[in-house]
Design a binder for this molecule. Sequence first.
Ligand code: PEP
Ligand code: MN
Length: 272
Amino acid sequence: VKISKSYKLASRDFHPDPTIIQLKGVEIGGDQLVVMGGPCAVESPEQIDEIARLVKASGAQVLRGGAFKPRTGPYSFQGVGVEGLVMMAEAGRKHGLLTITEVMTPEYVDVCAEYADILQVGTRNMQNFDLLRKLGQIQTPVLLKRGFSATYDEFLNAAEYILAGGNPNVMLCERGIRTFESYTRNTLDLAAIPVLQSLSHLPVISDPSHGTGRRELVEPMSKASVAAGANGLIVEMHTDPDNSMTGDGVQSLFPDQFARLMQDLEKLAPLC
Ligand code: PEP
Ligand code: MN
């Protein structure tokens, strides 16, 4: 692999020990697995409350859900916005879960950080440098998704923007890349997990939901990610996936599948 190593703070050469992000009693990046589960999008207070209850009952530690959705087309549902942040924060508080939500623009970083414990940068924004710079100015942990056509070097340089600004709490997320294969939505690059962990000290999280786009592949690719050394998983789950407000219902687990996956994962690695 040809690596320019133009990044510094993200590199193992600079920081030999793994970064462990401490977040309200949950340690991300150590020997224990963190699992983030929930819908693609926050839809209503009832929806996120019920999903939060199920996520907690399954033993996962973080509730995921987008209030701002980066949709490919402008006419698709764009998310419920700030109200969704409030709904998710309330569900997380009530059920004792940390929360993660996507932030798309620098102007919304502060409000998202006010309501969520972890901020997600989506694949389409991996090189939104103004957003990355703004995230460098706060201390809230950031889950940075790999651009769907980004090399490892470009990915680590994107992380470098956040680190260079002064925020050391960055997680890298492999969420699948674009290849010639069309059976799956993306190709989950499992090799990214050990490669990124050898090049960088940052925790690596795998997203088998967007990485495959197919519900039936989420369980095997979750297990494969853990076997490859992932520090955590981010998995879509929905109580009524066929009627979800984004197209991601087809990759969302049903609650019973999510619960079974959690039981199986506990046999592979201790949970946080
Ligand atoms: C998501 O997590 O719902 C999402 C939009 O992810 P990505 O940016 O990886 O497509
Ligand atoms: Mn999604």
